[in-house]
Ligand binder design. Structure first.
Ligand code: PMP
Length: 298
């Protein structure tokens, strides 16, 4: 782990090694936490955080959905995030916001246990190599009738952990999950797009997929580039017959898929390449149309 100097915890920067919790923390037992993964990129104006307010809004929505009181406003969390990135001196980094139900009561609902908010940052190399081999997981995606899939909450990530581990054990790089109805949902930590005849399609949140911020970015860039894009249900077989498939997420970026269930695809095809170049320009502040998505530290 690339340790940084400080972690922000409930209002103060504390040394990395001292950002600890009690073993009877409610969230450790019941998955009662919400999280965000955000990134700061190097730009000509120095480090800048990409779509920070959108991530903080989603954090608030996630907390509201699972009924976790979050006493910090977006303004407060934005200031705390910028302060943490600056204090740690990163040129670029990954940022993990976490709001968890803390120590104080062990009942299931534990309404009197406090919410603890933390912001950790570290320098992280890309999680997936370019060109991934996907397998369809034997695990189905969490169903929105069982847990609210719109909340980016820690408990439901056990589903991703199982699917990712199964894929790695079987010699693949990543898993794609189908929902209970058998439609494609998403990967373990990224959304998924297929390209067919120059058109893009990606599963909607109703398929159990996270409403991804990178997914939204890709849709907007596709519109700029004149590539038609739709959110619609996809069949497993749509993955096998696609011209191109790629994953997208904050940590992953845009990553092309080389094969799905051992059916070879074309790899980094022309549409994936155009979008991934455009994405690279946007996150590094080279596209003036999207500078408003970057929050500089200063
Ligand atoms: N789906 C899942 C399950 C994820 O964990 C992530 C990463 N947050 C995504 C999709 C992509 O979301 P985003 O583009 O907002 O990072």
């Amino acid at each position: 782990m690339n340790e940084a100097a400080h972690i922000w915890m409930d209002g103060a920067l504390v040394p990395w090694a001292e950002a600890r919790v009690h073993v009877l923390t409610h969230a450790l037992h019941y998955g009662t936490a919400v999280l965000e993964g955000t990134r700061a990129y190097e730009t000509a104006q120095g480090p800048a955080v990409f779509r920070l307010d959108d991530h903080l809004t989603r954090l608030h929505h996630s907390a509201r959905i699972i009924g976790l009181p979050l006493r910090y406003t977006t303004d407060e969390l934005r200031a705390a995030t910028l302060k943490t990135v600056a204090a740690n001196g990163h040129p670029a980094c990954y940022i993990r916001h976490l709001a968890h139900r803390g120590y104080g009561e062990m009942g299931i609902a534990a309404r009197s246990a406090p919410t603890v908010v933390s912001i950790a940052t570290w320098e992280w190399a890309p999680l997936l190599e370019q060109g991934v081999r996907l397998m369809t997981s034997s695990w189905r995606r969490n169903d929105q009738a069982v847990v609210p899939t719109a909340a980016k909450a820690t408990g439901p990530y056990l589903n991703s952990v199982l699917a990712k581990s199964e894929a790695l054990d079987a010699g693949y790089d990543e898993a794609v999950l189908l929902n209970a109805a058998g439609y494609v949902s998403e990967c373990t930590g990224a959304n998924l797009f297929v390209v067919r005849d120059g058109r893009l399609a990606t599963p909607p949140p109703s398929a159990g997929a996270l409403d991804g911020i990178t997914q939204d970015t890709v849709e907007r860039l596709a519109a700029d580039l004149g590539v038609p894009v739709a959110r619609r249900d996809l069949l497993r077989s749509d993955l096998y017959t696609a011209d191109e498939v790629f994953l997208c997420g904050t940590a992953a970026g845009i990553v092309h898929v080389d094969s799905v269930d051992n059916r070879a695809l074309n790899g980094r095809g022309p549409v994936t390449a155009k979008l991934s170049d455009a994405y690279d320009d946007v996150v590094h502040g080279r596209d003036p149309r999207y500078r408003h998505w970057l929050t500089p530290l200063g």
